[in-house]
Design a protein around this ligand. Structure first.
Ligand SMILES: [Zn+2]
Ligand SMILES: [Zn+2]
Length: 299
């Protein structure tokens, strides 16, 4: 069992990367890919990791409480499809986490995200929802950017959210279109996001295309260099997963799945959060992908 889509406290997850690894070992996962939003900081925070592979770091074999766990370095880059203005998330696997180009391109992306969050806090204040920026920063803790999920956590602390079962509704009402905290965001252009992952030596995979509402863009994304599709995701109904699988098979690209794990303590953030390892990773890791981008996972 493996999990190819996991967030940590380096972005909007609730668990430190080291705790993720413990949890993965506890659940007897054979492989976990940490795929934080727009950062590889979480991967760098994993102590004593010896990355093995070509062209820098590609994968690591860890021993946790007597169990072997493979760690695949990943990322989830937020992108915008300029033609339609829609948000597209691009996962990158087997990246060199220290590739300078990643920080060059992504540091401004994270700064912009934090700026959006600050704008949201001001807008909420205008309608009488009073949380301070410092309170939000306290929730963001060690994250490399401030996310709406951190704003939601601050709202919880202030008693604006009474139960975590309400959280998804509150999230939609506040941040969705027409909500007081709705701030349209743009990010990297999709083609740039794909190129960024390729230049960091990674395999670009389109994340949850059904949940993002971008199924119609898939052929274009493949033309632009996408090499895989995340068919299995907690936000995908079986019919959506099937449609993604079919598309992946037709195009001969890697079909993946992941839990999009953000927490595990029940009070954090996402509407649908699969348990770690709880979503089939489908066809597994690519045995063969073009050229040098094939991750070396032979230990
Ligand atoms: Zn995503
Ligand atoms: Zn994600």
């Amino acid at each position: 069992m493996m999990d190819l889509h996991v967030h940590t406290t380096a972005s909007d997850g609730a668990m430190h990367p080291m705790r993720i690894l413990d949890e993965a070992a506890l659940r007897d996962l054979s492989l976990v890919a940490i795929t934080d939003h727009d950062t590889t900081e979480g991967l760098r925070a994993i102590a004593g990791t010896e990355w093995v592979g070509e062209e820098g770091g590609r994968a690591a074999l860890l021993t946790i409480e007597g169990r072997y766990l493979r760690l695949l370095p990943g990322i989830e880059v937020s992108a915008t499809h300029l033609g339609t203005g829609r948000g597209v998330h691009i996962l990158g696997y087997g990246i060199d986490i220290g590739a300078p180009v990643l920080e060059e391109v992504l540091a401004p992306v994270r700064a912009r995200r934090t700026h959006y969050a600050e704008t949201i806090v001001h807008r909420l204040a205008e309608v009488g929802i009073r949380i301070t920026w410092d309170e939000v920063l306290a929730q963001a803790g060690g994250s490399t950017a401030v996310y709406k999920t951190h704003i939601l956590a601050a709202l919880w602390e202030k008693g604006y959210v009474r139960s975590w079962s309400q959280a998804p509704n509150v999230f939609r009402r506040l941040f969705g279109p027409g909500g007081p905290g709705h701030v349209p965001e743009t990010s990297l252009e999709v083609r740039l996001a794909i190129e960024l992952i390729l230049s960091a030596g990674g395999i670009p995979v389109v994340a949850h295309p059904g949940a993002s509402g971008i199924l119609d863009l898939l052929p274009q994304l493949v033309d632009w260099g996408i090499q895989g599709i995340e068919a299995h995701h907690p936000d995908h109904a079986p019919a959506t997963a099937d449609a993604c699988e079919r598309f992946g098979r037709e195009r001969g690209i890697w079909i993946t799945g992941g839990s999009d794990y953000h927490g595990g303590n029940g009070r954090y953030y996402k509407e649908v959060d699969g348990p770690l390892g709880g979503v089939p990773a489908s066809t597994g890791l690519p045995a063969r992908l073009p050229g040098a981008r094939q991750p070396s996972l032979h230990f």
